[in-house]
Design a binder for this molecule. Structure first.
Ligand SMILES: [Zn+2]
Ligand SMILES: [Zn+2]
Length: 342
């Protein structure tokens, strides 16, 4: 089978490897599609561990089942979540599945950017889902990213009556918009610098889409006029630039929450005023990945057509062009979600 081995964003080699055999409780999945994540473009995070096989947003067909597999059969269309919690550790028992050590260490073998991969017995038991017929393999790759959006909205506990500021409208930001509107949020102010993305945000129903002003204090004033309140109840920063985070922190109101959805480079830091957070009783939190409850919710919402998948998925590439797909995702040229189709 063909496997795309990652060295860096511009250096990916297609290797020939034997198709693995599924062990007890495992399934062999023939990959049909796998999304490229912004995480797949972060060289500072990836190259120290290279060579490696990326791809964690895969869908495919069950090609073979290992001994003892009862709930899946050959030919089933599936979406496999790459991280699965143990369900019994201290973190899991408190519902913090994404902090579980098992969760963090589980992944497909070898990865989604390969013609086949093995889903372990634990993957099969906890977070392998049947892809309904109305969703294509390519659309199904949005289960994991959408689950991350759901996870963030759960943590931020956004309520319909609240005002929400969203910073950044890449593929994830645009899914946030659709979900927020679906959840009944009407006081929504979206910030985006790229005009073509602003256009899509408006088309998807975002009521107010703005180019952020250079000075966060000035932006806070403008927002105050828009919301008739001193800042937003919830600020979702779906961008990894420090300027976006700085502005997001400035735009939260009294009792407000700032949720950081993307990671900066580990050496970047933000200056903030603890006094403002204190007197305003604000919360700053972050959201990492998604759990098995989020993937189920995501699959349901995708099946119901809540997300305009055609707008979100702008490009598909063959496995051989993975490097192009990664560079597209990184370059933010007129592309949103790139998916590898096999
Ligand atoms: Zn992802
Ligand atoms: Zn656990």
């Amino acid at each position: 089978m063909k496997v795309a081995v990652y060295y860096n964003n511009r250096h990916i080699e297609i290797e020939e490897r034997p198709i693995p055999e599924p062990g007890e409780g495992e399934i062999l999945v023939q990959t049909k599609a796998c999304g490229v994540c912004v995480g797949d473009t972060m060289e500072w995070y990836l190259t120290p561990r290279a060579p490696l096989v990326l791809g964690h947003e895969a869908t495919g067909i069950v090609a073979r089942t290992g001994k003892g597999v009862k709930n899946f059969r050959e030919g089933d269309r599936v979406v496999v979540h790459h991280h699965v919690p143990c369900l019994v550790c201290n973190n899991c028992l408190k519902g913090r599945y994404t902090s579980c050590a098992t969760f963090r260490s589980t992944h497909y073998n070898p990865g989604g950017f390969a013609e086949y991969f093995i889903a372990s017995a634990h993957h099969v038991a906890v977070d392998t889902l049947i892809l309904p017929d109305q969703l294509s393999f390519v659309e199904g790759t949005l289960v994991e990213p959408l689950a991350c959006v759901i996870h963030a909205l759960r943590l931020a506990a956004v309520k319909p009556e609240e005002s929400v500021v969203l910073v950044g409208t890449g593929a994830m930001g645009l899914m946030f918009i659709q979900l927020l509107l679906h959840y009944g949020i009407r006081k929504l102010v979206v910030y985006e610098v790229l005009p073509w993305r602003q256009e899509i945000a408006r088309r998807l129903g975002a009521p107010v889409v703005l180019t952020p002003l250079e000075d966060p204090d000035k932006e806070a004033e403008r927002l105050q006029d828009l919301l008739s309140a001193e800042g937003a109840d919830k600020v979702l920063v779906v961008a990894k630039d420090l300027s976006a985070i700085n502005m997001g922190m400035r735009l939260a109101g009294r009792g407000g929450t700032v949720l950081l959805f993307a990671t900066t480079h580990p050496e970047e830091k933000v200056d903030f005023y603890p006094s403002r957070i204190f007197f305003y009783e604000q919360t700053v939190l972050s959201s990492y990945s998604a759990d098995h409850l989020d993937t189920r919710a995501a699959l349901e919402l995708l099946s119901q057509g809540v997300i305009d998948t055609r707008t979100i998925i702008t490009h598909t590439f063959p496995l051989e062009r993975l490097s192009d797909a990664i560079l597209h995702t990184q370059g933010r040229k007129e592309s949103l979600k790139c998916v590898i189709e096999l």
